[in-house]
Design a protein around this ligand. Structure first.
Ligand SMILES: [Zn+2]
Length: 510
């Protein structure tokens, strides 16, 4: 090597070292987070373990508890402290499908693509009956007038003719820049947030809107119900019933069937070619309230002044039963786990305590997060206690497995500059759109009600509302590995940034 070259090399290394050492703590941490999150990601491996090995995680079930036990062990492996379960429901019952089959046997044979709704009871062995159509049960007086004495041994086709869908309908989409801009430009939140006690009362009524109808069918001797809920063609969408508590009604065998099969049965009836269905359903009910646990863990804070404050992260861990809950909400639970793994791996010592709660029973009306909030922050109808004021922020993930594109401010304008600062250095990962808008129907509503600054991220739709949400397609196939890796990096960075803020996020003035 020539002498000049050696000098040049020496200068180069000197400069390189020098410029690295001039990095701010923030820049250094962000590059470490990216490196760990992209080059050593554990996200997909963990998600496959959760969804392929443990599978569906319906509230109340043994499957839920087994998966919860596994993830609590993972929390400990990652290095989280104070990992424990907190029970959230003393009377949520377990339910399981053991076997089922459903087929049309006249006017000719067709195996029907179907899935039983949660909490359906077993059929009386293999049963068969003619199909009769009932459009709706909004007016029970008319239903009783029209059908009393006509339903014995019959199978009910329930609902309107499904709307036509096309194979050209968009299945998977991401937010366009224009859409995100429009969200950012909103000056006021339009989506109405219902206070939690009122919301829970409303859901109690809505979820049991079919109770009188189901009782009527039972008394009249009907055998089963078939309905459909078209999202995209061919998809089964069997989520509730919501009779999940011990002592609740056990609905007669109740199936969702493929829209095309519903359509054919419907047309046959209208043409007076009454179809006959043969079916079998075996389910089991059990009472194991010990299965109903939230999974809690933390990285303890290190700053003498700030460690009593926490940043709380949450995602619901339960799922419906016909898929493995990969997009709702397995991927997001794993993103939170991966974000904390990254922070532990780069040896980040937080000032505040970073807590994680994986909630059960979200699909049954925020049961898990509401129980946690009541236990730690006081009763719903009282003023939030002092402990609630120690939570700097609550971050929730529950909008499918798509890339994080920004955040809903949940009508907290005062948080805008904070998220602007957080998103600025990661503009090549996320658009970082910030909208004043409220979003509803996820666990952040629980903490928002307690006036804790609570946020749900804007995530790309992908196939969430068209195909995977609560359906038999909710599998790992619909999770993009790059999206969840990036989401974990975004989360780790957001936690780090919030932790390094001087104060807490300002609370809404209400
Ligand atoms: Zn969900």
């Amino acid at each position: 090597m020539k002498f000049k070259t050696i000098i040049a090399l020496f200068l180069f290394i000197g400069c390189a070292n020098n410029s690295y050492s001039q990095l701010t703590n923030e820049e250094k941490t962000l590059s470490e987070i990216r490196n760990e999150g992209y080059n050593n990601s554990e996200a997909t491996k963990m998600l496959s373990q959760l969804t392929d090995i443990y599978g569906q995680r319906l509230t109340g079930t043994r499957e839920y508890y087994k998966a919860a036990s596994w993830i609590s062990t993972e929390m400990k492996k990652i290095g989280l402290e104070n990992v424990h379960f907190e029970n959230y429901c003393s009377d949520c019952r377990g339910w399981n499908v053991k076997t089922f089959n459903i087929e049309m046997v006249a006017p000719n044979y067709m195996n029907i693509s179907a899935y039983p709704l949660a909490m359906s009871k077993s059929s009386d062995g293999i049963v068969s009956g003619e199909v009769i159509h009932i459009e709706d049960f909004d007016d029970m007086i008319s239903v009783q007038k029209d059908f009393t004495g006509k339903l014995r041994g019959k199978i009910i086709l329930l609902g309107e003719k499904p709307k036509r869908k096309s194979l050209l309908d968009t299945i998977e989409s991401r937010y366009s820049d224009t859409q995100l801009k429009q969200m950012e430009q909103k000056v006021t939140a339009i989506v109405k947030v219902t206070p939690l006690p009122e919301l829970f009362e409303k859901w109690k009524i809505d979820d049991k809107a079919d109770e009188n109808f189901l009782k009527f069918l039972e008394t009249e001797g009907a055998l089963a119900i078939l309905k459909t809920r078209p999202m995209y063609l061919g998809i089964l969408h069997p989520d509730g019933t919501y009779y999940f508590r011990e002592g609740d009604l056990k609905p007669l065998p109740y199936f969702t069937i493929m829209p095309e099969h519903f359509g054919r049965l419907y047309r046959l009836i209208k043409r007076n070619e009454t179809p006959t269905i043969r079916l079998n359903l075996e389910t089991e009910f059990y009472s194991e309230p010990e299965n109903n646990v939230n999974i809690i863990g933390e990285i303890s804070g290190n700053d003498a002044q700030l460690k009593s404050e926490s940043i709380l992260l949450g995602a619901h861990f339960d799922s419906w039963h016909s898929g493995t809950g990969a997009t709702d909400n397995g991927a997001n639970c794993i993103v939170l786990m991966e974000a904390l793994r990254i922070l532990k791996q780069i040896d980040y010592q937080p000032k505040r305590t970073i807590k994680i709660g994986l909630w059960g029973g979200e699909e049954q009306a925020f049961l898990g997060s509401a129980a946690y909030a009541k236990k730690h922050f006081g009763a719903l109808n009282k003023k939030p206690n002092l402990a609630s004021k120690k939570i700097s922020a609550y971050l929730n993930l529950d909008n499918g497995a798509g890339l994080i594109r920004g955040v809903y401010l949940q009508n907290n304008e005062l948080a805008r500059p904070i998220f602007k600062k957080i998103f600025s250095p990661i503009s090549n990962i996320t658009s970082g759109a910030i909208t004043i808008e409220n979003t509803i129907s996820t666990d952040h509503e629980t903490f928002d009600y307690y006036n804790i600054p609570s946020f749900q991220f804007i995530q790309d739709e992908l196939a969430y509302n068209s195909a995977t949400h609560h359906t038999n397609l909710d599998f790992l196939e619909y999770v993009h590995e790059n999206d969840i890796m990036k989401n974990a990096v975004i989360l780790a960075w957001t936690i780090y940034s919030l932790d390094n803020m001087k104060g807490k996020i300002p609370r809404k003035l209400n």
